[in-house]
Structures are given as C-alpha cells and as structure tokens.
Write a protein that binds this ligand. Structure first.
Ligand SMILES: Cc1ncc(C[n+]2csc(CCOP(=O)(O)OP(=O)(O)O)c2C)c(N)n1
Ligand SMILES: [Mg+2]
Length: 685
C-alpha cells in the first residue's frame, strides 16, 4: 500500500470506529468525528510531538478537543497510536490507555471511552471537555504556561520547553462567551504557541447556523490579533499539514484555522444534516456510508492491517525520537543546572520545594485587626517567593483583591515579559478560571481572583477544576456584606453554599488574619483538590491566640476556639469568617451572665466533614442540642450542624445598599442578637 492509501485507511478507521461505537452505544455523536478524522489524523500523525509510550512527558505538544462531544475522535486516535496508560501517581502502567474493548463499550460504566473526554480518567486526555468553550479557554492557560516555563527554564543550548498547543473546536465553542474572552486574552498576549482549528460545518443541534450564528468569524479573530487561515476542504490533509506548518512558523500571534467541513461526511442521507450531530446513523446508513468509503460493509470495529503500524511509523517514531532527544538534553541540563532540574521534577509531581512555608506571617492580637484580603496579600507574596512556579492574578481587581505580587522581580506576565508572575486576566472571570485550569494542567501552581459575587462568572471552570482534581486556588474577596454601600449586586448570599455543594472543592472562609495564613498552609498542600478562599474586605479583629485556641485548627475545618471552664457547654455558637469575632463577643457576654457557651470557628465544612467521628464529636458535642450558627450567607445547609432544634442567623434575601454597620443591625449580625438567640434556645429570656 502507498503512504497515501495508508493515510486514507487510517482516516477511515477513525470514521468507522466512531460510527460503530455510537451505534453500539445507541447514543453519541458520530457526525463530527466522521468530518474531522482527516484533521485529527494530520495533527497527530504528521505534526504533533507526542510519544504514545509516555503521554505525560513534559515537553509534549498538547491536543485539546474542545468540541468534546466528538470524543470518538480522541478514543480512536489514542487507541490507534497505542497510547499507554498512566496512573494518578504518574506511573506508567504498560497497558493501553484506550483498548478496542473500551471503544466497544463506548459510554458504558468503567469504559475508558466515556461520553466526553475526561482528564484523570483516560491517559492522553489533556483536559476535560464537553461544556462547550471550556477546552479552548483552557488551552490559553496551557499556552501561557509554556511561555512561562520556557522563560524560566530554557538556557542557551537547552530548549527544555518548546511545545505547542492544538485545540479543535466547533460552532458551539465559538458562540460561547468564554471562548471570546480567552481569544481576546490570547491575542493580547501574542501566544504564538497556540493554534485553534475551528470546524466550520454550519451545523449545530437545532439546524443550520443561519438560525443564530452569522457573524464574520475571520474578521472577529483578526480583530483579536490572531493569524487567521482558511482551509476550504476538510479532507485535504496536505493543505491541513501546510496550514499547521504556517502556524509553527508564525511569531507573535496565535493562529486560528477555519476548516470548512461536512458533518457526517460520506453518509448519503445524513451528511450536512443536524441529525448527524448527536444520533447514531442506523445500521442501514452505516452500511451505505462504509460503502462510500470503500469499506467492508458488514465489518464492525475493524482496524485493518497496517493502520496501527502507520501510526507507529508516524507519531510513534517522531514522538519517541523527540522524547529521547529531550531526555538526553534534560540529563545534561540536570548536570549543568541541578536546581532548575529539581524544580521541574517537583513540579511534575505537584510537590512543593523545601521551605515553601518559611516566613509566613504571624499576626499579633489586635482588636482593630486586619482584612482577610490584606492578610492574604502578605501570604501570597511570601509563597510566590518561596515557590518559583506559584503565580496568578486577578480579573482587574488586583488592587482590591490584594493579590498583586509586589516583591522585587515579581513582574507582570506580558508578551514581552513572559517570566512575570502577575497575570492580568482583564475583566474576564470565566476565561480566568479556565486559564488557571490550563496553568494547573501544565503543573504550575496557579491562582485567580475576583470579588466573591463574581465567582458565579467563573463557576463552570471551577467545576471543571473540581472534576479534574486540579489543585487550583481561587481567591475571592468581599465575601459578604463588607462592601456595604455597593449593595445587593455585590453582596454574595448563595455563593458559599453553592460552592460547598461542589464535590471535591474545598471552600474556606477564615475568621482572622492567622486563620488566613493557616488556610493557605492547608490549601498549598493539596495536590488533587481545588480550593476557594472567601476573604473579607473589611478588617477583622485578630484574635488573641494566647487566650483562644490556635489557628492551626483550620486544618481540621472547624475547631473549638473558646470554651467555658468546668462542665459541658450549654450552648454551641458556630460561625465562619467575619462572624466569628462577633460570636466571640456574644460568648463573653453569655459567660458574664453565667451561661456556658462554646465557640466553634468553622472555616470549612468540607474539611471538617472529613475528620473522624471522634474529632467531630469533640467539637460539636452530640449532647448539646442548643446550637446557633451565624454566617452572612444563605442559611441553607446549616441544619446539618445545628440540628432541627438549632438556630441559624444568616441571609434569606439579597442584602441592601448601606454602610456595613447598618446592614449588620438590619440582618441580625450583632452580638446582642446572637446572645438573644442563645438564651431563647435555652429558655432563659
Ligand atoms: C456550554 C454547553 N452548552 C450546551 C451544550 C450542549 N451541546 C452539545 S453539542 C451542541 C451543539 C454544538 O454545535 P457545534 O459545536 O457546531 O458541534 P457540531 O455538531 O458541529 O459538532 C450543544 C448545544 C454543551 N455541551 N455545552
Ligand atoms: Mg457545528
């Protein structure tokens, strides 16, 4: 067989595997894999530097399938390239990442060919996709990461990092706002290591894009400052290869390739029709389509002889050679630059350098206190100096979030200063969170920041952080009514409980400056969980830790901060964040009146819930039924800790525009009101 024939055979193998898998599953998306098989084939087998034997080799090119519904493209190519599996400890397992049996069980329980690409479940998947727009936005973070890594670690004659990022996307991705935010940022930063290929098939679920999407997308990307290319025929693999070559030679701009394609290519009755998007073709149509490809009509899940070998000769050989060369280079680099090499090693395993927590601040007792955001700013500046690959930024609220890294040499990340550690995301919260995911997928330790209320704008990407088990950090300040006069548009209410509801995400709402320090101490040691820090705008009294318990209790999620001497408490007062100090005042009042209360500071439900029953009972003594929870947020969920006979002082409306003091009075966040609730529960009014 000629090479051209093998190319075609390989492409048709991707197509027919996709059709067969969707048919077998009786669900899935056949049309786009049929159309994009030549594209994905070309990227993988002709261009990408990816070694199927080691899918986590640090300098590999990245491939992102942003139109995640076309997952059969990825399962086919991971199978045909013989990509090997890697486990969560980064060990190579030797077995295939995706077997033919997995493809036969496409979309079935435990199959390594699930409905959409899932990072952490299938080796070779660089990021989880499915929510349209997320993949391309995440790819911008990957591209920023590569620029940053190259700047820090490359040395003359040592190009340790020089990889590229390829993302494939469709109409849906292009319509989603997050993609626009991300494209705008990528254009501004001139990320010439980033290439998006847009599947211009004019079809989405409801029909032709004439229905809702008629803009001039080329003009749009030119406006963003991208290099825009067009390929009129998705089957022309030489043109595709040529365009990808232009991308690799383009400096100073990301590349956007518009690829005109036909969804359901080759299907006599479904090509160019919306039904090809998300329905099995049907047995008869599959036969007709296979006939049009010159394929045996009744063969199922067929991988003809020569196809695996063709991939082995293409990406297999090129990837192995690239990795071998890199490994030798890195060995020499390690000899010459041992400290830098060690950093790269640590980073790959998501470990922290020795001394990462040196010089973390300790805040003295102070009734006037320090704002949560202020304490956080001090901690961030220490951490960023201790951990070279710790970086991040805000969505234009740096001065307000106090996230700016101000120490000498921190610098701004820009096209002409790719070593900067202050990222300026602009007012693009959603793309910021997706970018932070991309940075984290590239093994950098990254944070993003905005006001807590606007976490809603970032939420879909935070959810993917949790789903992907990434140790990202989101710093959300102005976490309650502290911005008083800004009013209800800026006062979070339901954000806290909604983030607590997200599996795997750790939320922390520290009570004072020392709790902020210990919250970071906890968060930094996470390797597979994202964290949200909800921090106050206004100063919170720094508690006297010689009188009250140590802030180290943060690591247990909740701890007894203050207790009554002698017998068991009569009432337990539980609070988080800014309400802790007010509950402490209530406790002192109750104590003066001879009522034994206990104060529990509860910065994190999730962490507390993971402690032993014994510990939890030592904090929330089961015999004490009189309990009051105080938190400037939705009351939903607090019953879990106060029980059916407890009381919750929280928010059930949207707050209001007024000075903080007045809001605290109006909504019940005053010591007297806590005292009254406690006494009421005890029948001591
Ligand atoms: C954020 C988001 N909204 C909606 C969907 C549901 N959905 C999946 S695919 C799709 C249509 C996508 O059209 P296009 O990107 O053009 O894909 P094609 O059919 O051309 O492959 C929609 C609406 C989704 N996955 N993510
Ligand atoms: Mg489309």
């Amino acid at each position: 067989m000629t090479n051209e024939q093998l190319d075609q055979l390989s492409i048709n193998t991707i197509r027919t595997l996709s059709m067969d898998a969707v048919q077998q599953a009786k669900s899935g998306h056949p049309g786009t894999p049929m159309a994009l098989a030549p594209l994905v084939y070309t990227i993988w087998n002709r261009v990408m530097r990816f070694d199927p034997q080691d899918p986590i080799w640090p300098n590999r090119d990245r491939f992102v399938l942003s139109n995640g519904h076309a997952s059969m493209l990825l399962w086919s190519v991971l199978h045909l390239t013989g990509t090997r599996a890697v486990n969560a400890d980064y060990e190579r397992l030797g077995q295939p990442s995706v077997s033919l049996d997995d493809i036969r069980h496409f979309r079935q329980l435990d199959s390594k060919a699930p409905g959409h690409p899932e990072y952490h479940w299938v080796s070779g998947v660089e990021t989880t996709t499915g929510p349209l727009g997320q993949g391309v936005a995440t790819s911008v973070g990957m591209a920023i990461a590569e620029k940053w890594l190259a700047n820090r670690y490359n040395r003359p004659a040592f190009e340790i990092f020089d990889y590229d990022i390829y993302a494939v996307c469709g109409d849906g991705c292009m319509m989603e706002g997050v993609a626009s935010e991300a494209a705008s940022l990528a254009g501004h930063l001139g990320l010439d290591n980033l290439c998006w290929v847009y599947d211009n098939n004019h079809i989405t679920i409801e029909g032709n894009t004439r229905l809702a999407f008629t803009e001039d997308i080329a003009a749009r990307f030119l406006g963003y400052g991208w290099n825009v290319l067009r390929i009129g025929d998705a089957n022309d693999i030489d043109r595709i290869e040529h365009a990808l070559g232009i991308f690799r030679e383009t400096n100073g701009r990301p590349t956007f390739i518009i690829l005109d394609s036909h969804i359901g290519y080759g299907s006599p009755h479904k090509q160019d029709r919306p039904e090809a998007h998300g329905e099995p073709l049907g047995d008869e149509e599959i036969r007709l389509t296979k006939r049009s490809y010159g394929w045996p009509e009744d063969a199922k899940f067929l991988v003809p002889d020569g196809v695996r070998e063709h991939f082995a000769a293409g990406v297999g050989t090129r990837g192995a050679e690239a990795r071998r060369h890199w490994t030798e280079l890195f060995t020499a680099y390690r000899a010459k630059h041992p400290e830098l090499a060690t950093e790269i090693d640590l980073m790959q395993r998501r470990e922290l350098p020795a001394g990462w927590d040196h010089n973390l601040p300790v805040f003295p007792a102070d009734p006037k206190g320090v704002a949560g955001r202020e304490a956080s700013g001090k901690v961030l500046n220490v951490l960023a100096q201790n951990i070279p690959w710790f970086l991040g930024g805000s969505a234009d609220l740096g001065p307000s979030n106090k996230t700016t890294l101000t120490y000498e040499g921190a610098g701004d990340f820009q096209a002409d200063s790719p070593g900067g550690k202050n990222l300026h995301f602009g007012i693009r919260e959603h793309a910021m969170a997706a970018t932070v995911n991309g940075l984290s997928l590239s093994k950098l330790r990254a944070f993003g920041a905005t006001f807590f209320i606007f976490s809603d704008y970032a939420r879909p990407a935070i959810r993917l952080s949790a789903l992907m088990e990434l140790p990202t950090i989101f710093i959300f300040t102005h976490e309650a009514m502290g911005d008083g006069e800004d009013g209800p548009t800026h006062q979070p209410v339901e954000q806290l409980v909604s983030l607590r509801a997200m599996p795997g995400l750790v939320t922390l709402r520290p009570a004072d400056a020392n709790e902020v320090v210990d919250a970071f101490r906890y968060v930094m040691q996470l390797r597979h969980q994202p964290a949200v820090l909800a921090l106050s705008r206004q100063p919170l009294p720094t508690l006297d830790r010689s009188k009250y318990a140590s802030a180290r209790g943060v690591a247990q999620g909740a701890y007894v901060l203050a207790d009554s001497p002698g017998a068991r408490p009569e009432v337990i007062l539980i609070a988080s964040g800014s309400e802790v100090s007010l509950v402490v005042q209530a406790h002192e009042t109750l104590r003066a009146e001879g009522i034994r209360s206990r104060v529990v500071s509860m910065p994190s439900w999730e962490i507390f819930d993971h402690q032993t029953q014994e510990y939890r009972d030592s904090v929330l003594a089961p015999g004490v039924k009189a309990r009051v929870a105080v938190e400037q947020a939705s009351t939903l969920g607090w019953e879990r800790y106060v029980g059916t006979s407890g009381r919750v002082i929280g928010m059930n409306t949207f707050g209001a525009s007024a000075p903080l003091k007045e809001l605290q009075r109006k909504f019940g966040f005053e010591p007297d009101q806590v005292v009254a609730a406690a006494k009421d529960l005890l029948g001591r009014t």
